[in-house]
Design a protein around this ligand. Structure first.
Ligand SMILES: C[S@@+](CC[C@H](N)C(=O)[O-])C[C@H]1O[C@@H](n2cnc3c(N)ncnc32)[C@H](O)[C@@H]1O
Length: 313
């Protein structure tokens, strides 16, 4: 394996423990990456276990084919938002014992300058998880309206200088289109005068543009709903998030499906009626990486794991 192909899996033991693996169970790894979680699952499955993985990135798919030779394993080159359709094609809806999501980008994606995810490395401004289809970050920045850019930076990057940055991008792009990572990063270094401690001024904008280009939040919402459909009774859902927008979505989804809806006091509604739509049970509180994990792998710093179990009547 090449050094550039390495990814240190985050919250590995905790997220796999969360799946409460059964040796003969059928599991889904929505985010194969470099297979750290998948390999751990395969290690713990028996000969009749099964693992279906997803990844959008063609390089992750090629890597899996070179490094995992196991009849119990298959990988689907698709968006994990298609989980319900893909699992329905296999007649496995309602029979999945666990779904794992390790959201965001892998280290090879971040470290390879050509992918355009990193503001530290000069490369084409791409940022697509699947770089064979769709609009790159450069294409989007060349055509989006100023108001749309400002909206994306504010919503997906929680960037307080969103409007100022959008204005500067639209002004500068008329002379020189943004085609490289460092070109965009330099504009942000120039525009953002008030630095956040420990944060590069490009962090928020790069996160926002990446989320926009890949439709990340919509994909997560659809995948969570899909996971609920495909999971068997007592099947586990184990999700690792890397920033507050992702975690907020996961937390809200878990709460919405594990608690009865809030209704005005005194309404004559029976508990059975209220609990009718509950389809998840929270298994643990949010789990964060230990100090030793953060020291060994600083990229784990912002990760949060949430685990729930599917409840079916
Ligand atoms: C953090 S990495 C996963 C690392 C993996 N758990 C490991 O231990 O090697 C996230 C992976 O999910 C993939 N990914 C992100 N969004 C996706 C989506 N919507 N559908 C499918 N794959 C996605 C990325 O391409 C990346 O390879």
């Amino acid at each position: 394996m090449l050094e550039s192909d390495k990814h240190i899996s985050v919250l590995l033991n905790e997220s796999i423990d969360g799946l409460a693996l059964k040796p003969d169970g059928c599991y889904i790894d929505c985010t194969f990456g470099r297979g750290g979680h998948s390999r751990k699952i395969l290690e713990q499955l028996g000969p009749n276990g099964r693992l279906i993985a997803f990844d959008l990135d063609p390089q992750a798919i090629t890597w899996s084919k070179s490094f995992i030779d196991d009849d119990r394993f298959e990988i689907i080159h698709s968006n994990f938002s298609d989980i319900e359709e893909k699992i329905a094609e296999k007649n496995l809806v309602g029979q999945i014992d666990g779904v794992l999501m390790d959201l965001g980008v892998s280290s090879p994606q971040l470290d390879e300058a050509e992918r355009g995810f990193s503001f530290m490395r000069e490369g084409p401004l791409d940022m697509r998880m699947n770089n064979q289809v769709g609009q790159s970050a450069a294409d989007w920045l060349a055509s989006a309206e100023e108001s749309e850019i400002a909206f994306v930076l504010k919503e997906y990057g929680e960037e307080r200088f969103a409007r100022k940055i959008a204005r500067a991008i639209v002004h500068d792009r008329t002379n020189t289109p943004f085609t490289t990572t460092r070109q965009l990063a330099s504009l942000l270094e120039r525009i953002i005068k008030k630095k956040e401690p420990g944060k590069h001024p490009a962090t928020r904008t790069f996160q926002a543009v990446r989320i926009q280009v890949n439709g990340e939040l919509e994909a997560i919402k659809k995948a969570l709903e899909g996971a609920l459909t495909v999971l068997a009774h007592q099947g586990r859902l184990s999700v690792i998030s890397f920033h507050s927008l992702e975690d907020r979505l996961v937390k809200r989804f878990f709460n919405q499906h594990s608690k009865p809806p809030a209704i005005p006091r005194g309404l004559p509604i029976m508990d059975s009626e209220l609990n009718k739509n509950i389809s998840l049970k929270l298994v643990s509180k949010a789990i964060k990486p230990s100090e030793s994990e953060i020291q060994a792998n600083p990229r784990s710093r912002s990760s949060v794991l949430r685990v729930a179990a599917r409840i079916r009547e």
